[in-house]
Write a protein that binds this ligand. Structure first.
Ligand code: FBP
Length: 523
């Protein structure tokens, strides 16, 4: 028997709100708007789904809606992100509202569940304990990339009696969605494929996607933890805390946490890359700031380090791409590296060398969550300064399955609703997008955007592949500019901000807060 905490129980009964346009889903339809062009290379790879048009939700004059019941599949793909269960409940509720005979099936264990047709039917009863809850445990998740002929055939087989498939995932998973949409059309499979933007990393965003879901909650959890550490540092005055924050490539999480909790120093991978800083210059930069604080009798501090930093340091980046190419061929021998990469490899501690050789994920990414950059930098800085009392932390998994904030709970529920509408209206290879997120929920704007318009060509596993481009922190953007304005003050003085736990009930400015990274873009 599952026991609920009082808050969990209360969250089960939280009422989500919908954007006005989705409140009467039986009375709306899609209107084709602007074209969303694809590149020449993408056109060649996606002959059936390239250059489709953006769709908007509009009132349906006739009031007619699809009468035939549908069977729809849904899958969680990639890392957990708070709010995923609400996408499923939103999708389920919308499907039932559209037609009471509509049925929803959940594929188990991520995309591999699609390949091997492992699914369960989702009902009011199966979903009753998952509303507004964290995690992906209803169905589980995974990182399988569906690309071989055998995998594609498996997917066709398990989806042949479905009219829709909703893929809840990040950039790689939505690339999967684009591939499946194209393949299903080529194989005359009726199932329409729709993606939902998910990832705590915040890097699945562009002119159409303001933020992927999960980012808000995860950042709020990390900000609470950072604030607690800041206060501890200020109380004991004896440790410099090196905190690595998740976010595989982009430093969006670090930026959001820096904007909310005012640490002494925050590093940004994108800035390190643009300034072509070496590992040594990053360590010297930190040592210099710590030394300055020491001059003011401050033997403590808090430093934020984005998880992806290591991959952005030019010499390590080159080393990693050489390793990727070698490991993709199945073997690694030190002598096969270029001279520069040999030097870089040898300069790293043995632990980090081993971590760089760990298996890539199925999409060809280095598993940066396993590379302990915070320890590496703490050690390098200590060597430069002679002595330094440090405590190292890694915050990642702590935030990925948290009870979703009200923002994520509502956002996800609405994304699920939009997913149902896109499928009912028969579009395929689209991603559900909701904008105007800084406004009241009723004013949120809803549309569907062709996934092929977000694809570009990148080298993965040593081969050129069409993938969705990750959005990095824009060094010229408003959120980064806001941090730059306060950066030098934070380094020397202490302006720590204690965000406290996520507020689910109470005054509206606390419970309805939106990520600062969104707000700054509207200022
Ligand atoms: P997604 O892009 O799939 O959402 O996952 C993001 C992430 O949380 C990264 O921040 C992190 O590097 C990675 O997943 C960890 O992956 P795993 O769960 O496989 O350890």
């Amino acid at each position: 028997m599952q026991e609920f905490s009082p808050l969990q129980e209360k969250r089960l009964h939280y009422s989500t709100e919908l954007p006005k346009v989705l409140q009467n889903i039986r009375k709306v339809t899609l209107k084709y708007g602007k074209g969303a062009p694809s590149s020449k290379e993408v056109k060649a790879l996606f002959p059936k789904t390239h250059s489709q048009k953006i769709v908007e939700v509009v009132a349906q004059k006739t009031g007619a809606f699809r009468r035939k019941a549908m069977r729809v599949g849904v899958v969680f793909s990639g890392g957990q992100a708070p709010g995923g269960h609400n996408v499923v409940t939103g999708l389920f509720d919308a499907l039932k509202e559209l037609h009471k005979e509509n049925r929803l099936f959940g594929f188990l264990g991520g995309p591999s569940g699609i390949v091997s047709d492992k699914k369960i039917e989702l009902t009011l009863d199966t979903l009753k304990n998952y509303r507004n809850q964290g995690g992906f445990d209803l169905l589980g998740s995974g990182r399988t990339k569906i690309e071989t002929l055998q995998q594609l055939q498996g997917a066709c087989k398990s989806c042949k009696d479905l009219q829709g498939l909703v893929i809840i995932g990040g950039d790689d998973s939505n690339t999967n969605a684009a591939l499946l949409a194209e393949h299903f059309l080529q194989e005359n499979i009726d199932a329409k494929v729709v993606g939902i933007p998910k990832t705590i990393d915040g890097d699945l965003k562009n002119e159409h996607i303001e933020i992927p879901f999960g980012f808000d909650t995860a950042c709020k959890v990390y900000a609470e933890l950072i604030g607690n550490i800041e206060r501890d540092a200020l109380s004991s005055k004896k440790y410099t805390h090196f905190i690595r924050l998740m976010g595989r490539s982009a430093s969006h999480i670090t930026l959001e946490c820096a904007l909310t909790s005012y640490p002494n120093i925050a590093l940004f991978s994108e800035e390190v890359a643009s300034k072509k800083m070496t590992l040594d210059t990053v360590a010297s930069y930190l040592a210099e700031k710590i030394q300055k604080r020491r001059g003011r009798q401050k033997e403590y501090g808090v430093i934020l380090i984005p998880e992806g930093l290591i991959e952005f340091i030019p010499e390590v980046k080159t080393l990693i791409s050489e390793l990727n190419a070698l490991l993709a061929k199945g073997s690694f021998a030190f002598a096969q590296l270029s001279n520069a990469s040999q030097r870089c490899y040898q300069s790293l501690p043995e632990g980090i060398q081993k971590q760089l050789l760990l298996d890539r994920d199925p999409h060809g990414n280095v598993q940066v969550s396993k590379i302990e950059t915070e320890k590496l930098l703490a050690e390098m800085v200590r060597k430069k300064l002679g002595t330094l009392s440090t405590v190292e932390h890694f915050f990642g998994y702590e935030g990925r399955s948290a009870l979703p904030s009200n923002f994520d709970a509502n956002y996800c529920y609405a994304l699920g609703y939009m997913g149902a509408l896109l499928i009912q209206e028969g579009v395929t290879g689209y991603i559900a997008c909701i904008g105007n997120l800084h406004k009241k929920i009723t004013e949120w704007k809803v549309k569907g955007v062709p996934l092929t318009s977000m694809l570009h060509i990148e080298s993965r596993h040593g081969k050129d592949k069409a993938v969705i481009k990750k959005a990095l922190v824009d060094l010229k953007g408003a959120p980064f500019a806001a941090f730059k304005m306060i950066r030098s003050k934070l380094e020397i003085e202490d302006h720590y901000r204690y965000m406290g736990p996520i507020q689910y009930y109470g005054s509206s400015d606390l419970v309805n807060s939106v990520p600062l990274s969104i707000l700054y873009n509207y200022k």
